[in-house]
Design a protein around this ligand. Structure first.
Ligand code: BTN
Length: 242
């Protein structure tokens, strides 16, 4: 199920939007849509995604993971995060699915899944990886790129094929029902996985340690009073110095 047809576009509003408009979302083919430029790239929530023309990787993967149940959706998030983190030396995964190097974000992932009955019919995984861009003008917090980190230009095609190969491996592992392997890799790659760090929730700033990630993707922290606190995405913010 993980052979991909690749569509390479010079310019499009958003690769995620483009994939949604295609017949493949109904035909069952797996697809990668890559764009040199996005005129209206979307980030998570209502954010936009900044990416200078031809400098970075902006692409969407369409898969039909009917072997997963809707309640297992977060495994896909773990699988793609593992695949990207494996490809980018020295990176880690900031819960739930940002890729960081040190305290800086190098890659964002946008999931849009369509459920049907008791399975996941289509899943569009949009990936924005900062490769050769060196100046960021939006107010996105802590951006970095491979070029900013290393001082050299990187071959985008090579990085893309690394991510695709690693993702294919991760999907195979899931198809073989070895979910624990994907989950353990995700946990071992987590940003700030050891020790106490500052977080913000609706009550304010507090210090806590990551305790676990639940199957549905919620994070469990334990605070300095040893209380366990569980949060969904958007209910919790990591406090990171810019
Ligand atoms: C985030 O905010 O962290 C998610 C960013 C996702 C950006 C990618 S770029 C390719 C795909 N197309 C989009 O419009 N967004 C995603």
């Amino acid at each position: 199920m993980t052979d991909f047809k690749i569509i390479h576009l010079p310019s499009i509003d958003s690769t995620n939007n483009y994939v949604k408009s295609l017949d493949e979302t109904t035909s069952g083919d797996n697809l990668i849509v890559l764009a040199d430029e996005q005129t209206c790239g979307r980030g998570s929530g209502r954010n936009s995604w900044e990416s200078e023309k031809e400098k970075n990787l902006t692409f969407s993967i369409l898969i039909h993971p009917t072997f997963l149940q809707p309640k297992q959706q977060f495994l896909l998030s773990m699988a793609i995060s593992n695949a990207i983190s494996e490809t980018i030396d020295g990176s880690c995964i900031k819960w739930p699915n940002d890729i960081y190097v040190g305290d800086r974000k190098i890659c964002g992932i946008l999931f849009e899944c369509k459920l049907q009955g008791n399975c996941i019919k289509d899943c569009i995984i949009g990936i924005g990886l900062n490769v050769n861009q060196t100046v960021f003008v939006s107010n996105a917090p802590n951006p970095t790129s491979l070029k900013l980190l290393t001082g050299k230009e990187w071959d985008k095609e090579l990085i893309l094929s690394g991510i695709i190969n690693n993702f294919q491996q991760q999907v195979k592992i899931l198809q073989n029902h070895q979910e624990t392997a994907v989950r353990n890799q995700y946990l071992s790659r987590l940003y700030r996985k050891n020790g106490f760090f500052p977080f913000r929730d609706s009550q304010g700033i507090f210090s806590a340690k990551i305790h676990d990630i639940e199957d549905d993707g919620r994070i469990v922290l334990h605070d300095t009073a040893n209380r366990l606190l569980t949060y969904s995405f958007k209910e919790l913010e990591f406090i990171i110095k810019s």
